[in-house]
Design a protein around this ligand. Structure first.
Ligand code: NAD
Length: 283
């Protein structure tokens, strides 16, 4: 199957980065968001990242122009009607995602593949909400998308081999490394990462050490590139909480219970870097 035209839905932290890497790989990309502000912010983030690359001599000015010419933005989901692939990156909420997929099922051509960038929600359930479950798949990019090499490709129980192979090929075309994963809560990445972050938050909650010292232990002692609390702020504390809830519910095991301090921060609107405050304070 040939994929030429792509729509990315959600122009937030992840969606804008995903649209950028598709445009860099030579594909026509439409970036969609229900919010005009998010759309403008997403596009301006892409422009700034590309300008920085030009400034550092990593990208030619003409290449920057070509990439931006391949990218358009829209608040109208109906513009997905000529797309071969749609990658959804809206907020981590099953009802919202199912609603988007059901609309896409009506709008997109019958051959189109519908992918989700969900961090943890069951792809099998999203697929079942459409009339084309064999063409639904998880394409889990890492943050920041233009930098990180991994894409976890998650097969729903209904995903066909043809769909899997098309997405695996596309991932290689994006200059990323695909890893095949079955659809279980948290997949591989977040099943391992999030309990570690949650435990780091318990360590703050119980007063074992300061935020800075917990991060220092993991950076200097375990050779992690950044501490778990910095990483949690970077991912978004609301996203971390919803992933822990999916693990807790999906496995029914109390070892995945979200730390009460994480819940409290999210209730306060302290969502990490994107809201200006999480475990650290940002300008
Ligand atoms: P975000 O809050 O930065 O962006 C979400 C965007 O979706 C917002 O701009 C919002 O306006 C838009 N949106 C909401 N509902 C919409 C709808 N119905 N139609 C169109 N747009 C809509 O969130 P994010 O961090 O970019 O996360 C997006 C997805 O990617 C989530 O599923 C998340 O779990 C996943 N993810 C996040 C990370 C991370 O590190 N943040 C990593 C991997 C995957």
């Amino acid at each position: 199957m040939t994929i030429n035209r792509v729509m990315v839905i959600g122009a937030g932290q992840m969606g804008a980065g995903i649209a950028q890497v598709f445009a860099q790989a030579g594909l026509e990309v439409k970036l969609n968001d229900m919010s005009k502000d998010s759309l403008e912010q997403g596009v301006s983030g892409i422009e700034q990242r590309l300008s920085r690359a030009v400034g550092k001599g990593k990208l030619r000015e003409e290449a920057r122009t070509d990439i931006l010419n391949r990218l358009s933005s829209t608040t109208d989901l109906k513009e997905a009607s000529d797309c071969d692939l749609v990658v959804e990156a809206v907020i981590e909420n099953m009802d919202v995602k199912v609603n988007v997929f059901q609309q896409l099922d009506e709008i997109t051509p019958p051959h189109a593949i519908l992918a989700t960038n969900t961090s943890s929600l069951p792809i099998t359930e999203i697929a079942a909400a459409t009339k084309r479950p064999s063409q639904v798949i998880g394409m889990h990019f890492m943050n920041p998308v233009p930098v990180m090499k991994l894409v976890e490709i998650i097969r729903a129980i209904q995903t066909s081999d043809q769909t899997y192979e098309a997405i695996e090929d596309m991932t290689v075309k994006l200059n990323k490394t695909p890893v095949e994963v079955e659809d279980f809560p948290g997949f591989v990445s977040n099943r391992i990462l999030m309990p570690m972050i949650n435990e780091a938050i318990y360590t703050v909650h119980e007063g074992v050490a300061s935020v800075e010292d917990i991060d220092a232990v993991m950076k200097l002692g375990m050779n992690h590139p950044m501490g778990p609390l910095t990483l949690a702020d970077f991912i978004g504390l609301d996203t971390c909480l919803s992933i822990m809830e999916v693990l807790h519910e999906g496995f029914g095991d109390s070892k995945y219970r979200p730390c009460p301090l994480l819940r409290k921060y999210v209730k306060a609107g302290w969502l990490g870097k994107k809201s200006g405050r999480g475990f650290y304070i940002y300008d």
